[in-house]
Design a protein around this ligand. Structure first.
Ligand SMILES: *Cc1c(COP(=O)(O)O)cnc(C)c1O
Ligand SMILES: [Zn+2]
Length: 420
């Protein structure tokens, strides 16, 4: 038994049953899962969670589906790494990296897909489908294979090679569309009405999918000893992750898992080449103007973000900030995180780290705050972004002489650093 009481329109508040529904019939607003929090509070305890699996499923009481054998590759329970060396470069105090590169297919999308496909299977769907900027494609194809479901994945034709390979290898149907993600998404919305038997994880079962992102907040709080941080930095594509991270901290308080009411400032990170939310934040408007994306951060390249307004609202109401960074800053961010903490992030992670640096320099993130930055995807997925940026220090003949010629000066520096 789960603790879902139904679905509710986020705009007009009308209620719906917990089926494969995602928009309100009356106002076309998006639907959200509602829970019986009193019932959850009467059951859930820290001990019960800590005795659960080392995956997102330890938080099943706060997820929209219960299943004795969920569609699961082990998503979640990723490391929360104290990042003192990065903090000191940025002039920050207590800084943590939520390292979601460690998920089964290398991105946070495994959290949302595991939830979506478990629910889809319970609803009777046998086909998993999605429109994807890459990471969702990887994760849907992998989880569908695991569940013995067919998968149909649509992507923009110009994705990074690793993301194409990492989707195709699982043996589902992969369709490259000559258009942007927003074109692919529109096509999928049309396909959803043509193919009611397909579970489109980010269309007709999006309501359930979105809830999976709350586990980022749950894990961060548990890993901090059941305390919420003061400030989180979250990358924005559709805006769903950021919105649900904010919801996750609130829910922990509502069901009695935190001692103190959390007050988490939520800040958003975007790439300048696709920054509709950061632009609206900077202009102080409510209207999110769609853009045509042009950035190396392809997993965030959504020009017309479905949850953009809700993300903006979560940022403003929490006292957070939002900024965008150039592609050059994204590459610097990837390098900075790798060099200081030994974590290799994809371009979306570079966006988070570069935005963290920018907000710290502006004073929007302060040294007296406990800060968590969400690093959401593995660097090997977007390795081509670093072509010509990093490479061997030297290429030499296999002789000591050649080694000494190429590296002599550098070896002296390393030696003097050791003795100082
Ligand atoms: C999809 C994605 C995001 C953004 O999530 P949204 O819910 O679309 O805002 C961030 N990072 C990575 C690596 C992603 O794949
Ligand atoms: Zn409505």
């Amino acid at each position: 038994m789960d603790f879902v009481s139904g679905l509710r329109c986020r705009e007009c508040g009308r209620g719906y049953p917990a089926e494969a529904l995602h928009v309100c019939d009356f106002c076309f607003g998006p639907l959200e899962v509602t829970y019986d929090y009193e019932k959850i509070a009467s059951v859930v305890t820290r001990e019960r969670i800590e005795a659960g699996p080392r995956s997102i499923w330890r938080y099943a009481d706060l997820l929209p589906v219960h299943d004795a054998a969920p569609v699961d590759l082990g998503a979640g329970f990723t490391p929360l790494v104290r990042a003192d060396r990065l903090a000191s470069e940025l002039g920050l105090g207590e800084l943590w990296i939520k390292d979601d590169t460690a998920n089964p297919t290398g991105s946070f999308k495994d959290r949302v897909v595991s939830v979506a496909l478990t629910k889809a299977r319970q609803l009777g769907f046998k086909v998993a489908a999605c429109a994807s900027t890459g990471n969702l494609a990887n994760s849907v194809a992998a989880h569908a294979a695991r569940a013995g479901m067919d998968s149909i994945v649509l992507i923009p034709h110009d994705l990074e090679r690793a993301k194409v390979t990492m989707t195709a290898v699982y043996g589902g149907t992969l369709v490259a569309v000559e258009g942007s993600y927003d074109d692919v998404n529109r096509l999928c919305a049309e396909l959803t009405s043509e193919q009611p038997d397909w579970a489109f994880v980010n269309v007709n079962v999006r309501t359930y999918y979105a809830e999976g992102s709350k586990t980022l907040a749950f894990e961060v709080a548990e890993q901090l000893g059941w305390q919420a941080p003061d400030h989180v930095v979250v990358p924005i594509g559709s805006g769903s992750q950021l919105t649900k991270v904010a919801k996750g901290f609130r829910e922990l308080w509502q069901v009695g898992l935190l001692d103190e009411e959390p007050s988490v400032r939520v800040s958003g990170a975007q790439a300048e080449g696709c920054s509709p939310v950061a632009t609206a934040f900077a202009e102080g408007t409510d209207a999110i103007r769609p853009v045509k994306p042009n950035t190396i951060a392809k997993s965030l390249a959504i020009g017309n973000p479905a949850d953009g307004w809700y993300a903006l609202d979560a940022i403003r109401s929490s006292g957070g900030s939002c900024a965008s960074v150039t592609d050059a800053e994204v590459l610097d961010g990837i390098g900075l995180l790798a060099r200081t903490e030994g974590i290799f992030a994809e371009t979306a992670g570079g966006v988070t780290i570069a935005t963290l640096a920018k907000l710290a320099a502006q004073g929007a993130i302060r040294a007296d705050e406990r800060v968590v930055a969400m690093v959401t995807g593995h660097g090997l997925k977007t390795a081509e972004a670093l072509t010509g940026v990093v490479g061997p220090t030297a290429t030499i003949a296999p002789t000591l002489e050649s080694f000494g010629d190429a590296l002599g000066d550098q070896l002296n520096t390393i030696r003097s650093q050791r003795s100082s």
